[in-house]
Design a protein around this ligand. Structure first.
Ligand code: ADP
Ligand code: MG
Length: 715
């Protein structure tokens, strides 16, 4: 009964505030009705007569579930009055008044249409999560409201917000809070610290379930794998008899996601990622079991790689998770860590602007006319290194020149993908392989198409079907997808080959979308036979900062540009090439807590291509050194791409360079020289003393430089 939701107690205040101020901060606990009811209030009070309400969501899963819920409440078909749009999927129509969308969508819309025609209100939901696009879009929305659209309504909503700081940023604005209705939740910790030797987190969760099972239970786990293991572990407990066991995460098909939030006669256990923390309310939960973990995306500006590591959530997230047990009655939360460890946790998660790759957002802002990013209206400014790394990559890709967006950069924005992929798509025009480049982009946008740990059988099926050696891992992905499509994505066929069904089904629509955009951009995107080399070069153009050289033939260890190192992924089919470019460089945490840098989606390249495509960045250099083992001077003719040695061949050392190196060794005392004995040193010493004490003799002393010169001559 929506009318009974706590948010209705402040309905009048919300409507009045918006007619007085046009900027509103709204704080109310999770489950109060912010996401589903506030848009409905605007509709009912005639505020949306002039245009849409856009509700920005951090997660695709939430955008879809919330829009479906509101459509159902209003008794309309999804996609008509109520719809949603996420990257690659648009379920709206001309009659849509309430539109849920993910955060990146609106920022792109602002470039096409800086006056935001047809939009009356923007609601920033879950704003406490401080996603990159949320922050930046809010800044732009304020600019737009202050310039061309004073009538635009801006509402910032969250369950937990530092309303003070935000109110200062939005000044002048109204702030409304609702305390909602929550019941006390008792918290239980484990008595011992987690760590080496303790059982896996899914077993701890299953034990906690067995001890506390009562009514509906919500378990938080970091990702799909852990969720699956937890469900298996709980199924093994006798207490789970009569319970429905339901997973909830973004990789599941929509039907399974709907099943997790639906109501049943039977009690249920929902095992979810942090989507259930505040975005999605699961009603009737009495017990929360919290692993205290989440996969958190970060960007390491020092090495230029994205990481997705399982990390400990902050105290503030843990508090939100616990609150899910007290929505309808007093509840219980079991934290699978110790109280001492809890005190050591961060109070809050860092905002994304402080921890993600900024390349795409920087390009988008440049296109939107933001010239000086250092003077942008940041709610919180990003680190200078993150900003300059993003600009550097965009310069490398040719999207920026002297920090201004180039025509190429603008064309790149037509594709809703990371600038690397859009650069590759545009390069493909020249190499006449646009269709295949679209397919490369399409097979990599979702989660992994090939299940990494799919077992020996699937691996050998895959090797038979698609080969296990090749010039690029992308060919394997493309063959796997073509095979899946030919077999109508039949589950048994996919399972046998270890192909991820959900991901595979997403590729086709993406491919169509990229091909359509490419055609709109005037590219020839007809499928045709191509030379492998053409596609390999395009991939190199998009990922030139990830060129790697295998350290020797027998190993998968590689050196990369910018002084980084990594290991070629085990499943890579690129086995014979000394030089590769890795489309994915990811630091991953193992189950034992170790961390390694994995280079995956590799493509073989040749050094001639580097010369051809980056003539200014390839140079040869002669390196001469003394080899202590053979006691000989050696020389190598080396080829460098940026700071990476990509080739090295032994040559005869030129005599002057060899002499210099030898002299250096002698001077350092590492190499005795025949006939230059103690007597000679003594003689030089006497000569120098004489020259100093008896200047009238005008004897030239033999100083360090002369000594070096003499030695070089001798050598
Ligand atoms: P808030 O945004 O304040 O957290 P919501 O508007 O998301 O609150 O949800 C309000 C209430 O509506 C929830 O407590 C829940 O009872 C119900 N609800 C919302 N979405 C769904 C859904 N997909 N299925 C079932 N109930 C839902
Ligand atoms: Mg909400």
């Amino acid at each position: 009964m929506p009318a009974q939701l706590p948010i209705y107690e402040i309905e009048k205040a919300i409507v009045d505030s918006l007619s007085a101020s046009h900027r509103l901060v709204l704080r109310a606990p999770t489950g109060s009705g912010k996401s589903t009811q506030v848009p409905r209030m605007l509709l009912r009070h005639g505020i949306l007569d002039a245009g849409q309400a856009v509700i920005l969501q951090p997660r695709r899963l939430a955008a879809r579930l919330l829009s479906a819920r509101v459509a159902r409440e209003l008794g309309v078909e999804l996609g008509r009055e109520v719809g949603y749009q996420v990257r690659f999927e648009n379920v709206t129509s001309a009659s849509t008044r309430i539109k849920f969308e993910t955060e990146g969508i609106l920022l792109r819309q602002m470039i096409q249409d800086p006056e935001l025609h047809g939009i009356q209100a923007i609601l920033f939901d879950e704003f406490h999560e401080r996603h990159l696009y949320g922050d930046v879009t809010l800044a732009r929305a304020l600019d737009i409201q202050e310039s061309t659209r004073p009538d635009l309504l801006i509402v910032v909503m969250s369950a937990t917000l530092d309303a003070g700081a935000l109110a200062r940023y939005l000044h002048p604005c109204r702030v409304l809070s609702s305390e909602g209705r929550t019941f006390p939740v008792s918290i239980e910790y484990l008595s011992r610290r987690a760590g080496a030797g303790s059982p896996p987190v899914w077993d701890l969760a299953a034990d906690a379930f067995a001890r506390h099972a009562e009514g509906d239970v919500l378990v938080f786990m970091p990702g799909g794998y852990e969720i699956q293991r937890t469900i298996e572990a709980i199924r093994g407990k006798s207490e789970s008899k009569g319970y429905l066991l339901l997973p909830l995460h973004g990789e599941l098909p929509p039907r399974d996601q709907d099943a997790a939030v639906a109501r049943y006669e039977q009690p249920k256990v929902v095992v979810a990622t942090n989507v259930a923390e505040t975005s999605i309310t699961i009603d009737g939960v009495r017990v929360v079991i919290d692993s205290g973990l989440a996969r958190i995306p970060r960007y390491d500006p020092n090495r230029g790689i994205n990481t997705l590591l399982v990390e400990r959530i902050s105290r503030s997230s843990a508090e939100q998770r616990a609150g899910r047990a007290g929505r309808t009655a007093p509840g219980k939360c079991v934290r699978l860590w110790s109280e001492a460890e809890h005190a050591e946790r961060q109070a809050q998660e860092l905002p994304e602007i402080k921890r993600l790759d900024l390349a795409e957002v920087v390009l988008t802002l440049k296109a939107a006319g933001v010239e000086d990013l250092r003077r942008f209206r940041w709610l919180e400014a990003p680190a200078e290194t993150a900003l300059s790394n993003a600009e550097e990559l965009l310069h490398d890709l040719g999207a920026l020149e002297s920090n201004a967006i180039t025509p190429l950069g603008r064309r790149m924005l037509a594709f809703p993908v990371h600038p690397r992929y859009s650069r590759m798509l545009l390069a493909a025009e020249e190499y006449e392989c646009v269709y295949h480049a679209c397919l490369v982009a399409a097979v990599t946008q979702g989660r992994d198409l090939l299940i990494r740990k799919s077992g020996k059988d699937a691996e050998s099926v895959r090797a038979d079907l698609f080969g296990d050696r090749g010039s690029s891992d992308f060919w394997i992905l493309m063959s796997a997808w073509t095979y899946a499509a030919k077999n109508q994505f039949r589950m048994d066929v996919l399972r046998q080959a270890g192909i991820h069904g959900v991901t595979a089904r997403q590729v086709g629509p993406l491919l169509e979308q990229f091909v359509r955009i490419a055609k709109q951009e005037g590219l020839d995107a007809e499928p045709r036979a191509i030379r492998e080399e053409a596609l390999q070069k395009c991939i190199l153009i998009g990922f030139s900062d990830r060129v790697a050289r295998r350290m020797d033939d027998a190993t998968s260890r590689c050196e990369l540009v910018h002084g980084r190192r990594g290991v070629l992924a085990k499943e890579s089919v690129v086995r014979d090439s000394a030089l590769v470019v890795a489309a994915e460089v990811q630091e991953v945490g193992g189950r034992q807590g170790e961390v390694s840098t994995i280079l995956s989606l590799a493509t073989a390249i040749e050094k001639e291509w580097l010369r051809e495509l980056f003539p200014k960045e390839v140079r040869s250099e002669l390196r001469v050194e003394f080899d202590t083992a053979t006691r000989r001077v050696q020389a190598f003719d080396e080829l460098h791409f940026r700071d990476l040695t990509i080739d090295s061949g032994s040559v005869d050392p030129p005599s002057d360079a060899a002499a210099r190196v030898l002299a250096e060794e002698v001077l350092a005392g590492r190499l005795p020289i025949p006939k230059w004995d103690h007597g000679v040193d003594q003689w030089i010493l006497r000569l120098n003393l004489l020259s100093e004490w008896c200047p009238d003799l005008q004897l030239p002393p033999i100083l360090e430089a002369d000594r070096r010169h003499l030695l070089e001559q001798l050598c």
